[in-house]
Design a protein around this ligand. Structure first.
Ligand code: CMP
Length: 139
């Protein structure tokens, strides 16, 4: 059975544009429960570790620079089929490919500044949540 937990962060472009509230409203209206939420800022080292799977790819350094350029809003969300349903809600990585009405289609400005992150597997959701929230904060 698919898991009930996913991890997301609203990225610096969307936070600085004042779109956090509108994005959180869409997340709640889609039936996700916010079980933990935190506004914080990544430094280069944490951004590099979070995106370590992309190390070696041409966009990796720019991605780390961008993700540490301003505050983010980190959240743990729960819902049946959380990972897949959340990726449907946010849309394709590149906003020019994102379906109408998805968060990235509405708020992202480029493939890098794409407004929001969503975990790609149940396993990664738990790993990523652990980056930002202690055991006690997760409920
Ligand atoms: P995210 O879903 O957070 O996962 C990796 C991030 O790398 C992605 O969103 C984008 O913000 C960023 N990125 C930048 N360029 C690319 C690219 N060419 N392909 C995939 N991801 C990219």
């Amino acid at each position: 059975m698919k898991g009930r937990t996913t991890y997301t962060m609203i990225k610096p472009d969307a936070v600085s544009a004042g779109n956090s509230g509108a994005i959180i409203k869409m997340i709640e209206e889609a039936g996700f429960n916010i079980v933990a939420i935190k506004k914080t800022r990544l430094n280069q080292e944490v951004a590099g570790k979070f995106y370590a799977v992309h190390r070696g790819r041409p966009f990796y350094q720019d991605l780390c620079n961008y993700m540490s350029s301003g505050p983010i809003v980190a959240m743990i969300l729960t819902k049946d089929n959380a990972v897949d349903d959340f990726r449907t809600l946010i849309g394709a990585t590149n906003p020019s490919d994102a379906a109408a009405g998805t968060i990235r289609q509405l708020f992202a400005t480029s493939i890098e500044a794409n407004a929001i992150h969503g975990s790609d597997s149940d396993e990664n959701a738990l790993i990523e949540a652990g980056f930002f929230f202690s055991e006690l904060e997760r409920y």
